[in-house]
Design a protein around this ligand. Structure first.
Ligand code: HPA
Length: 275
C-alpha cells in the first residue's frame, strides 16, 4: 500500500510538474461539485493511479483533481472508497498517503451523515469534533510502515481544534449555521436500526455515517492535520417517519453542497498565513 502511494504520488508529480498540493480534500456522496470549482484543474482518473479502486457508489466520481481553491494548492479526491464496497481497509492507506507524499500537510474530509439530534435537521452542516469508530476493521492493521508513523498512534485531538475554530469563525462570517458533534462510524451498507441509533445516542454520538473514520485514522497516523464536516442528510433511523434511502442522501447533500463549498473555500482563503 505504501509502495503504491509513492508510485501514485510520482504519477501526480509527473502529470503536474512543479505543482505541490498543500491541502487534500475528500468529497463525500453528492458533494463532488466542489471539485468542479477548482481553478487550473488537472484531473487524473483513479484508473491511472496504482492502488486506487474505481468507486462503485452513485455520487462518487473517481477522479483526483489538482488545482487551486481559495488560493491554496489542493489535491481533491472526488469520490472515496467505503469499506462496505468490499475493499481491504488498507486501500484507504494508499489514498491518504498518496496525498501526504504528494505534499499535503492538511486533510479536509466531507461526508453525508444521519443526524442523531432532532434539533439538527436534514440539510444542516456539522463539524466533527471527534469520532467513535465502530467499524469492525481498521486501515492501520497489518505491518506498520514506520516512515509514515508509529505502530500505536494517538487519536486525541484528531479533529484539529484550531481548524474547528477557524471553520466556526468563517461560518459566522458567512451567516452559515454550523453545528458541531461526535460522529460514529459504522461499516454499513444498511442504514442502522432504530435500536442501534438509540444505543449510539447513549454512547455520546451526534451523527452517524459509513466513512470518514478510516481516512482520518490514516491521516493522523502520518501527522496530517485534519478537519471534517458532515452534511446531515436525514434524521437517523427511528427519529422520523421518513424511509431512509440513498436518493434522500443525494438530494439533501445537493441542497447543502453550496453552503459547504462556500465554507471550505472561505476556510482555505488565507489559510497558509493563519495556520
Ligand atoms: N446512517 C448512515 N450513513 C448515512 C446516513 C445514516 O442515517 N445518512 C447518510 N449517510
Amino acid at each position: 500500500m505504501t509502495a503504491e502511494a509513492r508510485e501514485a504520488a510520482a504519477i501526480i508529480a509527473e502529470r503536474a510538474p512543479g505543482f505541490t498540493p498543500k491541502v487534500g480534500l475528500i468529497l463525500g456522496s453528492g458533494l463532488g461539485g466542489l471539485g468542479d470549482q477548482i481553478a487550473d484543474a488537472h484531473a487524473i482518473s483513479y484508473a491511472d493511479l496504482p492502488g486506487f479502486p474505481e468507486p462503485t457508489v452513485e455520487g462518487h466520481a473517481g477522479r483526483l483533481i489538482l488545482g487551486t481553491l481559495g488560493g491554496v494548492a489542493v489535491a481533491c479526491l472526488q469520490g472515496r472508497v467505503h469499506l462496505y464496497e468490499g475493499h481491504a481497509p488498507q486501500v484507504v492507506q494508499t489514498l491518504v498517503r498518496t496525498l501526504k507524499v504528494a505534499g499535503c500537510e492538511t486533510l479536509i474530509v466531507t461526508n453525508a451523515a444521519g443526524s442523531l439530534r432532532t434539533d439538527v435537521e436534514a440539510g444542516s452542516l456539522m463539524l466533527i469534533s471527534d469520532h467513535i469508530n465502530l467499524q469492525p476493521m481498521n486501515p492501520l492493521t497489518g505491518p506498520n510502515d514506520d516512515s509514515f508513523g508509529p505502530r500505536f498512534p494517538p487519536m486525541s485531538g484528531a479533529y484539529d481544534e484550531k481548524f474547528r475554530d477557524r471553520f466556526k469563525a468563517v461560518a459566522a462570517r458567512l451567516g452559515i449555521t454550523l453545528h458541531e458533534g461526535v460522529f460514529v462510524a459504522l461499516l454499513g451498507p444498511y442504514f442502522e436500526t432504530p435500536a442501534e441509533i438509540r444505543a449510539f445516542k447513549v454512547l455520546g454520538a451526534d451523527s452517524v455515517g459509513m466513512s470518514v473514520a478510516p481516512e482520518v485514522i490514516v491521516a493522523r497516523h502520518c501527522g496530517m492535520r485534519v478537519a471534517a464536516i458532515s452534511v446531515l442528510t436525514n434524521l437517523a433511523a427511528g427519529l422520523s417517519y421518513e424511509e431512509l434511502s440513498h436518493e434522500q442522501t443525494l438530494h439533501y447533500a445537493n441542497l447543502a453542497a453550496g453552503d459547504l463549498s462556500r465554507l471550505i473555500v472561505a476556510f482555505l482563503e488565507g489559510l497558509e498565513d493563519a495556520a
